[in-house]
Design a protein around this ligand. Structure first.
Ligand code: ADP
Ligand code: MG
Length: 683
C-alpha cells in the first residue's frame, strides 16, 4: 500500500489491513479500536525471543524455545481425546510433539517425516522425555521464523501471531507525517520524529521505557492536542458578545444576612470571579470547583439572584430530582418573597408542568430548578441569562460546548463540580473553561474522624452505631462493592439490611441499584426526614445531597474504593456541627501499601491532596467519575508523572494564544489525536 504522506491511512477502517476480516474487526471494535491509529496504542507487555535455536539436549523445561528437528514417527491413536503425537530428533536427543484437537492431515502436513523443520514452543517433560505441545511456529525454512514476537494483552479471539502481523504491517506502512512541533520544542525530545517514536514504542526492548524521549514526545503530542482543542473552544466562546448583566451588591447582602455563617474567602473570591464575568460583555463559561461541603450552592444562589435582579431568568440543573428539590427549598428560604421560583420535576402534575412551561415562556418565572428535563424542546425561556449545572463533572468537552450553545449568546454558564483533581488534570479536562476553586473549608467544619476496623470487630462497630443513634444521629452504611456482579451487590446489601433490621427494628432503610429512581427518592426523602436512623446502600449515596443530621458513615470492603471515592463518601457526613465519624471496614489486615493509602485519608481532609495521592497510587483513570465519564483518557500521558509536559504544553498554548499563532500546522495532530475536524466538528 502506498501511504507515505498520507495520514488518512491511519484513520482508515481496520479492514484495510491484510489479515483483518469482519470477524477480527468486530473483536477489535469491542475493544474500542475503530481504526488503524487506535491500534498503535495497545502496547506490548512482554516479548518472546525466537531467535535462538537450541539443541534438544540443551532445552530448559518450562521455557519457550526454538529447535530444528527431524520428525521420524507418527502416533495417531484411534481413541478419542488422546492427542496425536510425533516423535522427532536432532543429533543430540529426542523430543515428542503433541497435538491436541488436531486433524491427522494437518499434523502430516506440517511435520513431514524425515524432513528437517524448525518449531517453537514451551518445553515440558513427560516420563523423562522432552515434549512440546501444539508448537506455535512450524516452518521448514529457518529464515521464516519470526525473530522476536511481542506479547500484547488484548487477544480475546485474536492470536498473538495474527496481532503481531497486523501491528508489523502498520509499522511498515506508517505514513511519514510533517513535523508539527517547533524546533525548540522538539529539542526536548531528542528531535524524535513521530514515526520513529511510534516504531520505538512497539520495540520490545523499549517496554515500559517511560522516561525515554520517544515516549515523552508521544505523550506531549496528546497533551498538546487536548490543550489545543480546549483553547480553540475557549477562544470561540470568548468571542461571543452578550448583553452585560447589571446589578448591585444587593443580592449578596440579602442572602448573607439570612445565613448564620460568613462566607469563606474562597467563596467570596469565586463570587467576585463570577460577578466579573456576568458584568462583562462576553459570555461566561466557568467551572466552580470545590471539595464536597465547600459551600458551592450558596455561591451559585447568590449569583443567581444577582442575575434575576439584572432582569434575566435563571435555570439550575441538578443530576437528580432530590438534589434539585434541595436547592429549590434552600432558595425558597433565602430569596426575597417577590422572586418567583419553581421546581420542575418529572413527578410534577401535567397541569403544573404546563403552568411552568407557560410561566417561563411569559417571563413570569424568574428561576427554575430542574433535572436534565430542562433541555426538552418544549421548554422555552423568554429571557434566559444564566444556567447553573450542579455536580456535572461527567460532561465531556463536546457536551459542554453543546450546553453553552443551547442557552444562546446571552446565557452565562456555570458548572459546579465536587471532584477535586490535580491542576494538570484540570487543565486537560476543563481547559475550555475558566476555573474558580474553593479550597478552603467553612471554618465551623469539624474534621471527620476516620477509623479502620476489621470485619471481625463488627460488634464494636454495632456498639458505636447504637450510641450514635441514641444521640439522635443518623448513619450511612455502605455495603461491599462487588464489581464482578451486580447480583452479588444486591444480595450483600439485602443481607446487611436484614442483619441490621434485627438489631435496629423499623429503623433501617435500604437502597440498592435495583430500586427505581422514584422509589429511591422516596427512601432518601424519608431518611432526610429522620424516619430511619440507618440507610444501607450499595450505590454511592447520591452525590451532593446535604444530610446535616448524618454523622456516621460505615464503608464495608473499603479497599475496593479509590481514595478519592472514599473521600467523597466520607464527605456525605460532617455537614452539621457535631463530630462526625467514618469507619472503613476491611475483610483482612491491610497490606503495607493499603495502610499507606488509608493513612493518607486519615491524615488529610483536602480532596485535592487526596486525589493527587490517589492518582499517584492508582492512575488517574480510576479517579471518581473519570473512568465512566465521557472525559477522554490519555493513551500515554500521565498527569502526575508527566507534570513537566503538561506545563510545557500550557506554556506553548499561551504562546499560541498571545501571539495569535496560526494552528494550521497542528491540523494533522488534531485530526489524529482528537479524531475530529476541529474546525467543523467542535468549534
Ligand atoms: P457543596 O460544595 O458540596 O455543594 P454545599 O453547598 O452543599 O456544599 O454546602 C454544604 C453545607 O455547608 C451546607 O449545609 C451549607 O449551608 C454549609 N455552608 C456553606 N458555606 C458555609 C460557610 N461559609 N460557613 C459555614 N457553613 C457553610
Ligand atoms: Mg453541592
Amino acid at each position: 500500500m502506498e501511504n507515505k504522506n498520507n495520514f488518512d491511512y491511519l484513520l482508515a477502517d481496520l479492514t484495510k489491513l491484510n489479515g483483518v476480516g469482519k470477524k477480527t474487526m468486530e473483536i477489535l471494535k469491542k475493544k474500542k479500536i475503530n481504526n488503524i491509529f487506535d491500534l498503535l496504542w495497545r502496547l506490548p507487555k512482554s516479548y518472546t525471543d525466537r531467535t535462538l535455536i537450541t539443541n534438544i539436549s540443551d532445552l530448559l523445561i518450562g521455557k519457550v524455545q526454538t529447535i530444528r528437528v527431524v520428525p521420524v514417527k507418527y502416533q495417531f491413536p484411534r481413541i478419542r481425546n488422546l492427542p496425536n503425537k510425533v516423535n522427532c530428533l536432532d543429533s543430540t536427543d529426542k523430543i515428542d510433539c503433541i497435538f491436541f484437537n488436531s486433524h491427522e492431515g494437518y499434523v502430516r502436513k506440517i511435520l513431514q517425516l524425515n524432513k528437517e523443520v524448525t518449531i517453537n514452543g514451551k518445553i515440558t517433560s513427560y516420563k523423562g522425555r522432552y515434549q512440546i505441545t501444539n508448537p506455535t511456529y512450524v516452518s521448514d525454512d529457518r529464515s521464516l521464523i519470526e525473530t522476536i514476537e511481542n506479547k500484547y494483552s488484548l487477544t480475546g479471539g485474536i492470536t498473538e501471531k495474527t496481532y503481531n502481523k497486523i501491528i508489523n504491517q502498520i509499522l511498515k506502512n506508517l505514513p511519514i507525517l510533517n513535523e508539527w512541533h517547533d524546533k525548540e520544542i522538539l529539542k526536548n525530545f531528542n528531535n524524535e520524529s513521530w514515526n520513529d517514536a511510534i516504531i520505538k514504542l512497539h520495540d520490545p526492548t523499549n517496554i515500559e521505557n517511560y522516561k525515554a524521549s520517544f515516549y515523552k514526545r508521544l505523550a506531549y503530542d496528546e497533551i498538546l492536542a487536548t490543550f489545543l482543542v480546549n483553547s480553540e473552544i475557549r477562544k470561540k466562546i470568548k468571542k461571543i458578545k452578550k448583553v452585560s448583566k447589571k446589578f448591585t451588591e444587593n443580592a449578596k447582602n440579602k442572602i448573607t444576612s439570612k445565613l448564620n455563617f460568613n462566607l469563606t474567602n474562597d467563596q467570596k473570591k469565586s463570587l467576585d470571579d463570577i460577578n466579573k464575568d456576568l458584568n462583562s460583555k462576553s459570555k461566561m463559561f466557568r467551572l466552580l470547583q470545590g471539595d464536597v461541603g465547600s459551600g458551592k450552592t450558596i455561591v451559585s444562589l447568590i449569583s443567581a439572584l444577582s442575575v434575576i435582579n439584572s432582569g434575566f431568568q435563571v435555570a439550575l440543573m441538578a443530576p437528580t430530582e432530590i438534589l434539585a428539590r434541595q436547592h429549590y427549598t434552600l432558595a425558597k428560604k433565602l430569596f426575597p418573597k417577590n422572586v418567583y421560583i419553581e421546581l420542575l420535576s418529572s413527578k410534577s402534575e401535567n397541569i403544573e408542568k404546563k403552568k411552568i412551561v407557560k410561566g417561563l415562556e411569559d417571563n413570569i418565572i424568574h428561576m427554575v430548578f430542574a433535572t436534565h428535563a430542562i433541555f426538552q424542546k418544549k421548554i422555552i425561556f423568554a429571557n434566559l441569562g444564566f444556567i447553573i449545572i450542579d455536580e456535572q463533572h461527567k460532561f465531556g468537552v463536546r457536551q459542554r460546548k453543546l450546553l453553552s450553545d443551547k442557552g444562546g449568546d446571552n446565557c452565562d454558564v456555570l458548572l459546579m463540580s465536587a471532584t477535586p483533581i490535580p491542576r494538570t488534570l484540570t487543565m486537560a479536562v476543563y481547559g475550555d473553561m475558566d476555573v474558580s476553586v474553593i479550597r478552603e473549608k467553612p471554618s465551623n467544619r469539624k474534621e471527620v474522624k476516620t477509623y479502620s476496623k476489621l470485619e471481625s470487630k463488627m460488634d464494636d462497630v454495632i456498639k458505636f452505631v447504637r450510641k450514635e443513634i441514641k444521640e439522635g444521629n443518623q448513619v450511612f452504611w455502605v455495603c461491599p462493592l462487588i464489581e464482578e456482579s451486580k447480583k452479588l451487590d444486591h444480595v450483600s446489601s439485602v443481607n446487611k439490611y436484614k442483619f441490621l433490621s434485627k438489631l435496629f427494628p423499623n429503623n433501617v432503610a435500604l437502597l440498592h441499584g435495583r430500586i427505581e429512581n422514584e422509589e429511591k427518592e422516596k427512601i432518601l426523602n424519608k431518611f432526610l426526614n429522620k424516619e430511619y436512623s440507618i440507610l444501607v446502600s450499595t450505590t454511592i449515596i447520591e452525590v451532593g445531597i446535604d444530610f446535616p443530621n448524618a454523622n456516621v458513615i460505615i464503608i464495608e470492603n473499603a479497599n475496593k474504593f479509590g481514595l478519592s471515592q472514599l473521600h467523597q463518601l466520607r464527605g456525605r457526613v460532617g455537614r452539621g456541627t457535631k463530630q462526625a465519624s467514618c469507619i472503613l471496614m476491611f475483610k483482612s489486615s491491610l497490606t503495607v501499601n493499603a495502610k499507606k493509602r488509608i493513612n493518607i485519608l486519615k491524615n488529610s481532609n483536602d480532596g485535592f491532596e487526596i486525589s493527587e495521592e490517589d492518582m499517584k497510587l492508582r492512575g488517574f483513570g480510576d479517579l471518581l467519575g473519570f473512568k465512566q465519564s465521557g472525559v477522554k483518557n490519555f493513551k500515554l500521558a500521565d498527569p502526575i508523572q508527566n507534570e513537566d509536559l503538561f506545563l510545557m504544553a500550557e506554556k506553548q498554548i499561551k504562546k499560541i494564544e498571545n501571539q495569535n499563532i496560526n494552528i494550521d500546522k497542528y491540523k494533522t495532530l488534531l485530526k489524529l489525536y482528537d479524531q475530529a475536524d476541529i474546525i467543523n466538528d467542535i468549534v
